[in-house]
Design a protein around this ligand. Structure first.
Ligand SMILES: NC(=O)c1ccc[n+]([C@@H]2O[C@H](COP(=O)([O-])OP(=O)(O)OC[C@H]3O[C@@H](n4cnc5c(N)ncnc54)[C@H](O)[C@@H]3O)[C@@H](O)[C@H]2O)c1
Length: 311
C-alpha cells in the first residue's frame, strides 16, 4: 500500500517551523556527506517551461521529485509548479508514499529562504521584505512569520500583493523600491528581469534569491553579483542553472568565490564577516530539501487520515 499526501495533507503534517528544522538538518547532513543528491536533470520545453527530475538519498529513504516550472501558467489560471514526490524505503526499495509536489516545494523553498536569511543577515537587521507573492512567495511570508518576523510584501500584481498582505496581516510596500531597500529581502519572482539594477544593492543587505532556479533566469544584475559575498545551496546546480550562472559565464565568479550554505551551518566555512558586506544566497532548490519535508510528513502519517492505494 502506498500512502497519498494531498497538498492539504502535506500542510497539515508539517508546520513552517518543522519545515525550517527539517530543512536545516538536511543541509547539514548533505554538507557532511551523510545524505546524497545527484544533480537534478532539467527537461526543457522553453519558452513554455521545464520539467525537473530530482533524486536524493538520506535518513533511510530515497526520493524522486518530478516537478515543473511553467512561469506563464498563472495567466492561464494554472500553477507554475506542479508534480509529484515519491518516497521509498532505502533498505528494500518499497515505494512508501506519494505527495503533491507543489506543497512540498513551497514548504522547503520558504524554509531555505528563511534559513539562509537567518544565517547570513547582519545582526542588527530590522526590515524584511518578500518580493513576489505567488505560491512560493506567500509561503515564505508564512515561514518568516513563524520565525517571528513580519515582512513587507511586494508583487507587480496589485491584487496578489494586497491578498497576501491581508491574509498574513502584513503591509504591502508602497513600491518595489521600498521592498528592495530592506535589510533582508527574499525574492521569489519568475526571474524574467533583474529586480536589483546595477548599483542598487545596499551595504549590509542580505538577499535570498529564490526565483532564478533555471537557465536564463536572474533577479540581480550580473555586475551586482560581483559586488557581493556569495552563497548558494549547491555549487553544481547553482553554477549551471541559477542566479550565479550569468556571472560564472562572464568570468566574474568562480568556485572559490561561492560558499555553500551547508558549510556555514556546519561551521566549516564563515558566513557574513562584517556588517557592511552584501550577502547573496542563490537557491536553485535541492532534492534533499524535499526529502526533509517528505520524511517529516511520513513521520506524522499515523496522525493523519491518509488515503492509501494499491498499485
Ligand atoms: N529556488 C527554489 O527552490 C524554487 C522553488 C520553487 C519555485 N522557484 C521559482 O520561483 C519562482 C516563483 O515561483 P512561484 O511558484 O511562486 O510562481 P508564481 O507564478 O506563483 O509567483 C510569482 C509571482 O511573482 C510576481 N512577479 C513577477 N514579476 C515580478 C516583479 N518584477 N516584481 C515583483 N513581483 C513579480 C508575479 O506577479 C507572481 O505573483 C519561479 O521562477 C520558480 O521557478 C524556485
Amino acid at each position: 500500500m502506498v500512502a497519498v499526501y494531498t497538498a492539504d495533507d502535506v500542510r497539515r503534517a508539517v508546520s513552517p517551523r518543522e519545515a525550517y528544522e527539517a530543512v536545516r538538518e538536511a543541509f547539514i547532513a548533505y554538507a557532511r556527506a551523510e545524505w546524497a543528491m545527484p544533480p537534478k536533470v532539467y527537461v526543457t520545453n522553453y519558452p513554455a517551461g521545464d520539467f525537473r527530475a530530482m533524486p536524493a538519498l538520506g535518513g533511510g529513504y530515497a526520493l524522486l521529485k518530478w516537478v515543473t516550472s511553467f512561469p506563464g501558467n498563472p495567466a492561464r489560471g494554472l500553477p507554475t509548479v506542479t508534480g509529484l514526490v515519491l518516497l521509498s524505503d532505502a533498505e528494500d526499495g518499497r515505494l512508501l508514499a506519494i505527495y503533491d509536489a507543489a506543497s512540498v516545494t513551497a514548504l522547503r523553498t520558504a524554509a531555505a529562504a528563511v534559513l539562509a536569511a537567518e544565517t547570513l543577515e547582519r545582526e542588527d537587521a530590522r526590515s524584511y521584505a518578500v518580493v513576489g507573492c505567488g505560491v512560493n512567495g506567500a509561503e515564505t511570508v508564512r515561514a518568516l512569520i513563524a520565525r517571528g518576523v513580519r515582512p513587507l510584501v511586494w508583487d507587480v500584481d496589485e491584487r496578489r500583493r494586497h491578498a497576501v498582505a491581508a491574509e498574513h496581516g502584513v503591509r504591502a510596500a508602497a513600491g518595489a523600491a521600498e521592498a528592495l531597500a530592506c535589510d533582508v529581502v527574499v525574492t521569489v519572482t519568475p526571474g524574467h528581469e533583474p529586480l536589483f539594477e546595477p548599483g542598487s544593492l545596499r551595504p549590509g543587505q542580505h538577499v535570498s534569491l529564490m526565483g532564478a532556479d533555471g537557465p536564463g533566469k536572474a533577479e540581480v544584475a550580473v555586475t551586482e553579483v560581483a559586488r557581493a559575498r556569495l552563497f548558494c545551496d549547491d555549487w553544481e546546480q547553482a553554477s549551471h542553472g541559477g542566479e550565479l550562472t550569468g556571472a560564472v559565464a562572464a568570468g566574474l565568479v568562480s568556485r572559490g568565490d561561492v560558499t555553500e550554505l551547508g558549510a556555514v551551518l556546519t561551521g566549516e566555512a564563515p558566513g557574513r564577516t562584517s556588517g557592511d558586506e552584501i550577502t547573496l544566497f542563490d537557491s536553485t532548490g535541492l532534492a534533499i530539501q524535499d526529502l526533509a519535508i517528505a520524511k517529516a510528513a511520513w513521520a506524522k502519517r499515523s496522525e493523519l487520515d491518509l488515503r492509501e492505494i494499491e498499485l
